[in-house]
Write a protein of this length. Structure first.
Length: 603
C-alpha cells in the first residue's frame, strides 16, 4: 500500500512530468497512418513498434538506466556531464563530452519550441469532430491555438504555484479517460493485444523495407517527453516518477491499442483519438475535448518550466549568460521566471503555428532533436557505466543507444520537411553557448588577473602605509587564488583601502542542492575571504547570506568589462554581455552600496 506522501508524489508527477508524453496519443497514430495504409498487419505492426519504443526508450533508457544516475536526486544532461568529466583523464575527452552536453542542451531547446505548438494545435483541431464544426477553417483553429499560447505565456510571470496543484488531478482524469476509452475499443477487436509480441514490430519493418524505416520517424512521437522523467527528477524525486510512469505506461498502451482497434473498424478515420471518443460517447465528447486542451496546456507548462530550469542550470554552470531571474514563489525555490526566455519561446511557438499551420505538418518537424538528445544521453550513460565497471548496464546502454540512433537516422528524412527549423533553433542555442563560453575564457585571459602571492606582497605594503577608510568593503571574485584586476586597480592605483576588506567568492558545487557559507583563513591584516558554496540548482539571496554572517559593509565593488573588438564573433559576445544583467544584478544585490569598476580591453 502506498502512503499518503507516495500518492501525493505520484499525483504531482502526473501533472509536472508526463504532460508531453501523455498528450502524444492525440496525434501519434493519426500521423503514422498518413504514411502507411491501415491494414490489419500494418496496425498490429505499428502498435508493436509503439509498445516496444515505450519499453526501450522510456522505461529502460530513462526510467531505469538514466534515473539510476541521478545526483542527489537531480537529473539532466548537465548532471550526466558533471558525473562523467571527473572519470575522464584526457583533456580531449573532456572537451568532447563538454561539447556533446552542449549539443544535448541545444537539442532540448529545439524540441521545446515545437512541443507547445503541436500539442495545443492538435487538441484544438478536435473541434472539427463536433457536429456543425466540421468545416471550421484552419486559420480559425490556428488563431485559437495562438490565443491559448499567448495566454499561457502571459501568466508565467505571476507563477504557476497557485494553480499547479490542479495539474496532477486533471492529468489523472486525462489518463483515466485514455485508459477507459482504450479498453472499450479493444473489447471489439481483442486480437490487437498480440502486438505486445516484438515479432510483429520486426515483421513490419522487414516487410516494408525503407518505407517501414521512415515510419519509425513518426513512431517516436509516442516517446517524446520521455526525457522529462530524468530531467525533472530534482523536482519530485526518483520513486514518485517511476511509480507514476507504471500507471501512465499502462494508460498509454491501452489507449494506443484501443485506437488501433478503432482504426481497424473505421479505416477511413483521419483524427483517430477524437473520432474514437465521439463514436463511443457523443455526449462526453465536448468535455473530453476541453480536457484534452487543458492537458496540452499542462504539457506546455511543464516544457516552459523545464526550459527555465535548463537555462538556469546553464547560468550557474557558466555556459549561459546571466539573465534576469524572477522568483515567483516564496516557498518553492524551483519556481522561477526568465522573461527573455519566456517571450522568445512565445514568438517561436507562434511562428511554428503560423509556418506549419496543421499539427500533422508540425509532426514532420518533430522528433529530430528529441532522438538526438536520446542518443547523446545514451552515449554518456555508456561511458559512465563502463568507467564505473557496471558492465551489464553499459551493455544495455549500448543497446538502447543503437535503438535511439536508428530512430534518429529515420528522422533525418524530416529535415527538408520542416525538421530544419528545430535544427536551426538548436544551432542558435549551441552557437550562443559556444560563443559565450569561448568569450568568457578569452575575457578571463585578457583581464590579466593577479596571482594571489603577487597581490598580497603589494597589499601588505599598501595597507601598512595607507590612510584607511573606516568600515568594511566587499569585493567579488570567482577564485581567491587569482585576484581580478579591478580589485588591484581599486586598492593600488586608486588608493581605496578600507579597514576591513572582504573578498566574497561564490563557489558552484557539482551537486544540485545545498548552501553553506563561512569565513576562510585571513589572507592578511584587514583582508578576509568569505566563501558562499552553493549547489548549481540553488537560487541564493547573497545579501541575506551576508547579513546572516554578520557582514555589514559600507560599500561593495564589482568589475565591469568594456569590450572593444572588430572580430564579428567577439562583437556578438560583447552584445550578449551588454544585454545581460551584471553579476550583482543577477544575484539581486542591493544597488545603494554598489560601485562598478570599469576595465576596458580589446579582444
Amino acid at each position: 500500500m502506498y502512503r499518503r506522501n507516495d500518492i501525493k508524489g505520484i499525483v504531482n508527477s502526473m501533472g509536472l512530468v508526463f504532460g508531453d508524453i501523455g498528450t502524444s496519443p492525440i496525434y501519434t497514430l493519426t500521423v503514422i497512418f498518413l504514411l502507411t495504409p491501415p491494414t490489419y498487419l500494418h496496425v498490429i505492426g505499428v502498435l508493436s513498434l509503439i509498445f516496444w519504443t515505450l519499453i526501450t526508450l522510456v522505461t529502460v533508457e530513462y526510467a531505469w538506466l538514466a534515473m539510476s544516475l541521478g545526483k542527489k536526486g537531480e537529473g539532466g544532461t548537465i548532471v550526466l556531464k558533471e558525473q562523467l568529466v571527473p572519470l575522464l583523464k584526457s583533456g580531449r575527452k573532456i572537451t568532447f563530452i563538454t561539447i556533446l552536453s552542449y549539443i544535448g542542451i541545444s537539442f532540448l531547446v529545439g524540441d521545446g519550441v515545437i512541443t507547445p505548438a503541436i500539442s495545443i494545435l492538435s487538441a484544438v483541431e478536435g473541434i472539427r469532430i463536433i457536429p456543425g464544426f466540421a468545416d471550421t477553417p484552419q486559420e480559425t483553429l490556428m488563431l485559437m491555438a495562438g490565443i491559448i499560447a499567448i495566454a499561457l505565456f502571459s501568466i508565467q510571470k505571476k507563477g504557476t504555484e497557485k494553480i499547479a496543484w490542479v495539474f496532477g488531478p486533471l492529468m489523472i482524469i486525462w489518463f483515466s479517460s485514455l485508459a477507459i476509452s482504450g479498453i472499450a475499443s479493444i473489447y471489439y477487436i481483442p486480437s490487437v493485444l498480440k502486438a505486445v509480441n516484438p515479432y510483429y514490430a520486426l515483421e513490419f519493418l522487414w516487410d516494408n523495407g525503407l518505407a517501414g524505416f521512415f515510419v519509425l520517424s513518426e513512431v517516436i512521437l509516442c516517446a517524446t517527453g520521455g526525457e522529462a522523467l530524468y530531467a525533472d527528477m530534482g523536482h519530485l524525486g526518483r520513486e514518485p516518477i517511476i511509480r507514476a510512469w507504471r500507471i501512465v505506461f499502462v494508460a498509454l498502451v491501452l489507449n494506443y491499442f484501443g485506437q488501433g482497434a478503432f482504426l481497424l473498424r473505421y479505416p477511413e478515420s483521419s483524427n483517430i483519438l477524437f473520432e474514437m471518443i465521439h463514436q463511443q460517447a457523443p455526449i462526453l465528447y465536448v468535455p473530453f475535448l476541453l480536457l484534452s486542451i487543458l492537458a496540452t496546456i499542462i504539457a506546455s507548462q511543464a516544457m516552459i518550466s523545464g526550459m527555465f530550469s535548463v537555462v538556469y542550470q546553464g547560468i550557474v554552470t557558466r555556459i549561459s549568460p546571466m539573465l534576469k531571474i524572477d522568483y515567483t514563489s516564496n516557498l518553492l525555490k524551483s519556481q522561477i521566471y526568465i522573461s527573455v526566455v519566456n517571450w522568445l519561446l512565445l514568438v517561436a511557438v507562434l511562428f511554428a503555428i503560423y509556418e506549419f499551420k496543421e499539427s500533422s505538418k508540425l509532426a514532420a518537424a518533430y522528433g529530430l532533436t528529441v532522438t538526438g538528445s536520446m542518443v547523446i544521453t545514451g552515449v554518456m550513460m555508456i561511458l559512465i557505466f563502463y568507467l564505473r565497471d557496471h558492465i551489464f548496464k553499459s551493455v544495455l546502454s549500448v543497446f538502447v543507444t543503437i535503438v535511439a540512433t536508428v530512430f534518429f537516422i529515420s528522422n533525418s528524412y524530416k529535415i527538408p520537411h520542416g525538421g530544419y527549423w528545430s535544427l536551426f533553433i538548436a544551432f542558435i542555442a549551441f552557437s550562443m553557448i559556444m560563443i559565450y563560453t569561448a568569450g568568457q575564457k578569452k575575457l578571463y585571459q585578457s583581464l590579466r588577473p593577479v596571482q594571489i602571492n603577487y597581490f598580497l606582497d603589494h597589499y601588505i605594503k599598501v595597507y601598512a602605509s595607507a590612510n584607511k577608510i573606516k568600515g568594511a568593503a566587499l569585493f567579488f571574485a570567482r577564485d581567491v587564488r587569482i585576484i581580478p584586476q579591478y580589485i588591484a586597480h581599486t586598492m593600488f592605483e586608486d588608493g581605496i583601502i578600507y579597514e576591513d576588506n572582504i573578498i566574497v567568492t561564490i563557489r558552484i558545487r557539482e551537486d544540485p542542492f545545498g548552501v553553506s557559507s563561512s569565513f576562510k583563513q585571513d589572507l592578511a591584516e584587514g583582508l578576509r575571504v568569505f566563501e558562499i558554496s552553493t549547489g548549481y540548482m540553488e537560487v541564493i539571496d547573497v545579501a541575506q547570506i551576508l547579513q546572516d554572517a554578520g557582514i555589514y559593509e559600507k560599500t561593495m565593488f564589482y568589475g565591469v568589462e568594456d569590450i572593444i573588438t572588430g572580430n564579428p564573433v567577439w562583437k556578438v559576445f560583447s552584445l550578449i554581455k551588454k544585454l545581460s544583467p551584471s553579476f550583482v544584478q543577477f544575484y539581486r544585490i542591493p544597488p545603494d552600496k554598489l560601485h562598478g569598476v570599469i576595465t576596458r580591453f580589446e579582444m
